[in-house]
Design a protein around this ligand. Structure first.
Ligand code: GRF
Length: 189
């Protein structure tokens, strides 16, 4: 059984979906750690309620990115983490973690990459007027929302409001991410 860590910064609906799938025996892994850069985020409460060890830190308490990524790495090593899953983690992961976890850090992004990287990707795509929207799961590298694509799922958003498109994207995420995580684990990551 492999150990996974989730890195998140916000609401944690993907955290919920992954944990539910683990508890239902649909992902063969143990969730051993939540890493969060916003100690007041909802996802931290969720992890506490589920008795998941949490490393919630304030980046301002560290000299620089290297310093907090080293602290994160230490936590991951102490928890014997094999795979890092970013789910709404709003920070670029530095080489400290990338070198320790080569091809073992993945992310989900709410657009069809390489289009609409960065923040507010759903709104960016919607405002651009795209007719096909979607979700991407990819390996993480040092470029924002860069890295080889693992999976994508698209849909035709014509006739949808921004809210409807957002809801649709989140529904896709909550199905697709657990499924692909399990596939990676089965394939030996
Ligand atoms: C998701 O839309 C994900 O694609 C993006 O951030 C959002 C996180 O939402 N990277 P949640 O915290 O999992 O609810």
């Amino acid at each position: 059984m492999i150990n996974i860590a989730i890195f998140a910064s916000g609401t944690g609906t993907n955290f919920d979906a992954i944990l539910e799938n683990i508890n239902a025996g649909k992902i063969d892994a143990k969730l051993v750690l939540l890493v969060c850069d916003k100690p007041n985020a909802l996802v931290v409460d969720k992890a506490h309620k589920a008795n998941i060890d949490t490393f919630a830190f304030n980046p301002k308490d560290y000299a620089d990115k290297k310093a907090y990524d080293s602290a994160i790495l230490k936590q991951c090593e102490q928890h014997h983490v094999d795979l890092i899953i970013l789910a709404g983690y709003m920070r670029i992961v530095s080489s400290i973690l990338l070198q320790a976890y080569p091809n073992r850090i993945i992310n989900i992004h709410p657009s069809l990459l390489p289009a609409f990287k960065g923040k507010d990707a759903i709104k960016q795509a919607y405002d651009y007027g795209v007719k096909i929207m979607g979700v991407s799961i990819h390996y993480v590298n040092e470029d924002l929302d860069g890295g080889a694509i693992i999976a994508q799922q698209a849909f035709n958003n014509e006739g949808m409001s921004l809210d409807e498109a957002e809801q649709h994207i989140h529904n896709i995420e909550h199905q697709l991410y657990p499924k692909k995580i399990q596939k990676l684990i089965k394939e030996g990551i």
